[in-house]
Ligand binder design. Structure first.
Ligand SMILES: [Zn+2]
Ligand SMILES: [Zn+2]
Length: 450
């Protein structure tokens, strides 16, 4: 069996791994590499989409693999039928699925039910690259490109048997995979995971099943391989709740829109303080779709402690219009600030101009980790200027979506693979310091035979 890492090597994200056995090929994730893209492009210097994939292939932002791209992108020899049999997505973060819209339409893309809902919401509420959808609707003569799975399903793709098992991460609907190939070679692929979230039992299921099946080669993420911490989601919720209690003005929350655990933490913290969580329409759109998911039990949009903010605009998108017509919304500045926790991420900071948070008594809750690249640092500094301008108190509460060093060690020791391939980390070599398992440091585009 062979593995070719096309992304997710020496970087956090961009996961793209090609597995091949006896001519059968599957892709594990097909994510956007923000590192590779950011090395060559930024701001107005962006890859041209008018030139097909040219700019992306030049810098290996997309891999040069024949037969995987849609017909309209000319790198393909038209006579070659799709040479990849399937693509499997671990979860709905862009660095894991963001390139699936350029895949050849004949390649089925497998993802979890909840992941599909999240991808659908992203597709409905944001602009997609090349204007191509991630999920194509089925037509009379063609099925949809997307197939869904639930944890424990076994999906057979010729010689491969792929078992998705749920894991805990900062996004619901996250999975790891156990891939059984020929010669009893079992590969484990963790996707992104942690065991300090509210659903560590999910990750434990993955570990247990991996242990039971026996893993020869484990591809494991290592985002936090260089750090240890003991902040978990419960702690975040408690700390936020306490800090809201001492806030007299508006509590402003900057947390990831699709991190449902963090949304829940802020929702609970708001409720404990008799405040309402004021979310934006994008989050309302997602929550509305997730209502149909019986496993998540997200609070309904008519919950007395949830309200939706209607940003002043001259024209609303169709999806926004639909929400406006069906749900009651709060308009600026017609609300009593001390009764709300207002969700406001970096891209919506202009909302503060309309809302004018009461100076010196309002707090800005920053619920992310430290910026990890230059661009992130610039954005962070810009955000701090806004906080100073509006005289807000700054507080940071965060628990990572990724396992820290000591938990990664524990996961590897429990699964006990014969070979470890560290992925999704800037420091793959640091695994050598913590585990006593043979380690192969992958190189972008270089084939690994196992
Ligand atoms: Zn990731
Ligand atoms: Zn992720």
């Amino acid at each position: 069996m062979q593995i070719v890492p096309y992304g997710g090597v020496n970087e956090v994200g961009g996961n793209t791994f090609l597995l091949e056995t006896n001519g059968t090929k599957i892709l594990l994730d097909f994510g956007r590499s923000f590192k590779q893209e950011g090395t060559y492009f930024a701001g107005f210097l962006s890859p041209r989409t008018s030139q097909g994939l040219k700019d992306f292939l030049e810098f290996k932002i997309l891999p040069k693999i024949q037969g995987i791209y849609a017909q309209e992108f000319s790198i393909d020899d038209k006579s070659i039928k799709s040479r990849i049999n399937a693509c499997f997505l671990s979860h709905a973060h862009l660095d894991h699925f963001g390139n699936i819209n350029v895949l050849n339409e004949d390649i089925p893309v497998y993802m979890g039910e909840t992941a599909k809902t999240i991808v659908q919401s992203i597709q409905d509420t944001t602009r997609t690259r090349f204007g191509r959808p991630y999920i194509r609707q089925a037509t009379d003569d063609k099925p949809s490109n997307v197939r869904t799975f639930r944890t424990g399903d076994v999906i057979q793709i010729n010689e491969f048997n792929i078992t998705p098992i749920h894991v805990d991460h900062s996004l619901p609907g996250s999975y790891g995979f156990i891939i059984e190939g020929e010669d009893d070679q079992n590969i484990g692929y963790t996707g992104d995971l942690r065991i300090h979230g509210w659903r560590k039992d999910l990750t434990q299921d993955f570990i247990n099943i991996a242990k039971k099946k026996g893993i020869n080669t484990l591809l494991i993420e290592g985002t936090n391989i260089d750090e240890d911490f003991d902040v978990n989601e419960t702690r975040v919720q408690k700390d936020v709740s306490q800090a809201i209690e001492t806030t007299n003005g508006l509590a402003i929350a900057n947390y990831s829109l699709r991190d449902i655990d963090r949304f829940r933490s802020f929702y609970k913290a708001a409720k404990e303080n008799g405040r309402k969580l004021l979310i934006n329409m994008q989050q309302a759109h997602l929550l509305q779709l997730l209502q149909n998911d019986p496993h998540l039990e997200t609070p309904p949009l008519n919950d007395p402690y949830i309200q939706i903010y209607k940003r002043p605009k001259t024209r609303y998108y169709q999806w926004e219009q639909k929400l406006i017509e069906t749900l009651s919304m709060v308009e600026s500045p017609a609300f009593n600030q001390s009764e709300y926790v207002f969700h406001c991420d970096f891209w919506n900071l202009t909302d503060l101009i309309d809302i004018q948070p009461s100076p010196n008594i309002s707090t800005y809750f920053y619920s992310h980790g430290e910026p990890f690249n230059e661009e992130g640092m610039i954005d962070y500094n810009r955000m701090m200027e806004w906080i100073r301008h509006f005289h807000l108190e700054f507080k940071q509460y965060h628990a990572s979506g990724h396992a820290p060093r000591s938990d990664l060690k524990q996961i590897v020791e429990e699964i006990n693979p014969e070979l470890l391939i560290p992925i999704h980390t800037e420091y793959p070599e640091k695994y050598q310091e913590i585990v006593d398992v043979p380690i192969l440091l992958p190189k972008r585009g270089r084939k690994i035979s196992i």
